[in-house]
Ligand binder design. Structure first.
Ligand code: PNS
Length: 164
């Protein structure tokens, strides 16, 4: 029986150790895992979608995680899942504050397409506070984010802030 293909959608603006933790956990159940970076115009992002794809690829290489595909999508998550032939959507839960949002998205997506199941992975406790926005905030004010993101991501943040 071939394992279903799974997508791990998100903004990844940028990827953090929290996301890497979820990738490692999800890979154990879904050997065919695709990170799908959203490129929706209405959501302003710090990095462009192209930058986020490259940063994510570089981070996976740095963390020694191979054969996880990285792609981007616009529009609906379920359409992206269909296009990629994925029947599972992977998302990470940090604290109960995430649950309402994930629950709403999961049930909405199931209503839109009953073939798609959302699978939520509990993040490691040590990353339960972590988010891309807090990393950018700390970095913006000169803080050390080396325990939050891989060094390739840290360097990308430094470069991007130097452009600003
Ligand atoms: O990293 P994020 O911002 O929590 O990811 C949220 C994301 C991108 C997975 C979600 O906003 C999404 O899938 N947007 C695409 C449009 C869509 O399908 N919206 C309905 C989701 S129920």
């Amino acid at each position: 029986m071939t394992m279903p293909r799974a997508i791990y959608p998100g903004s990844f603006d940028p990827i953090t150790y929290g996301h890497i933790d979820i990738v490692r956990r999800a890979r154990k159940l879904f050997p065919k895992l695709i990170i799908a970076i959203v490129a929706n115009p209405n959501k302003h992002s710090f990095f462009s979608v192209g930058e986020r794809e490259q940063i994510t690829r570089d981070a996976l290489v740095e963390m020694g995680i191979n054969n996880v595909e990285v792609t981007s999508y616009t529009g609906l998550l379920i359409d992206c899942a269909h296009k990629l032939g994925a029947s599972a959507v992977v998302r990470g839960l940090r604290a109960n504050s995430d649950f309402d949002y994930e629950f709403q998205m999961a049930l909405t997506n199931r209503d839109l397409d009953s073939d798609i199941e959302t699978v939520l992975f509990m993040t490691a406790g040590k990353y339960s506070f972590l988010s891309s926005s807090i990393v950018k905030e700390v970095k913006r004010f000169g803080g050390d984010v080396s325990s939050f993101v891989p060094s390739s991501v840290d360097q990308a943040l430094t470069r991007k802030l130097a452009q600003a």
